[in-house]
Design a protein around this ligand. Sequence first.
Ligand code: SF4
Ligand code: MG
Length: 318
Amino acid sequence: AEPLLDVQDLSVEYQTLRGPVQAVSHVSFSIGQGEVFGLAGESGSGKSTIAHAIMRILHSPAVITGGNVLFDGDDVLEMDVDGLEAFRWRDVSMVFQSAMNALNPVLTVGEQIADVIQRHQPTTTKQQAKDRAAELLDIVGIDRNRVDDYPHQLSGGMRQRVVIAIALALKPQLMIMDEPTTALDVVVQKDIMQQIEYLKKELGFSILFITHDLSLMVEFSDRIGVMYAGEIVETTNAHELFNKPLHPYTQGLMASFPALVGPKETLTGIPGSPPNMLEPPSGCRFHPRCSKAFAPCPLQQPSLREVEPGHFVACHLY
Ligand code: SF4
Ligand code: MG
């Protein structure tokens, strides 16, 4: 079957005073119907830039310099203003980290959900939109009687659930979640992610899941792409990535996060610092930090190759 989202060879550049920065380089991945695809990697590796490029909400000085983004066969990068208006929220919606703080303080949560519905479905009556808003609150685990509450009357976790309700309002086929629960405490995070997983099964949408929290990522993703310095360096299913990471960077990430169960261990971390993206290292961009680097690494850029069925890695070791 054709994937729902197919990102092909996407590149994004930031024009800075000190020169162009290649924030995303030739990134390809696809997401199937009902699938959760996770993007992992340190901050600054290009994860959010990819999300913004897919939604076409990148702003200057960021420019898409190449590639295609196909949604259900349509090229998102070619859409005009009207096409985009329909695409956003209806086909693809987005929940980001601080979204709960972007709710309008002078409107009730019900009004804000109803507003999205009426804007995209103008034939909906006010009462229908409000009923649907109450139903959506129910769906995300908030008592529907809170439909007339203002954001300040709700906790942070409840406000983020309202944002998810808004993202679900038009029954999108894909939800992009960029650090959707990062601002919340661990118990609330888990609770919300479990609810999203349940909703995903009920409603059948797909998710692009971005988080720096690897344990959440491994738990909730079907497949994961690991990014380093604007490139995907490894991609496979979550179970395999966790149990048998092949790329030395992924191995470092996996070693640096505490056990999923049991006592929290200290973080070992990956020695060295993220690369200067103005002058990325030659050859393999990870080579200055890689304990396994050998002769070809600084000279030749490794390409992403399938080394086991469905398991792709960009590293000269394989
Ligand atoms: Fe390390 Fe070389 Fe593999 Fe890069 S290509 S990750 S430097 S071994
Ligand atoms: Mg980010």
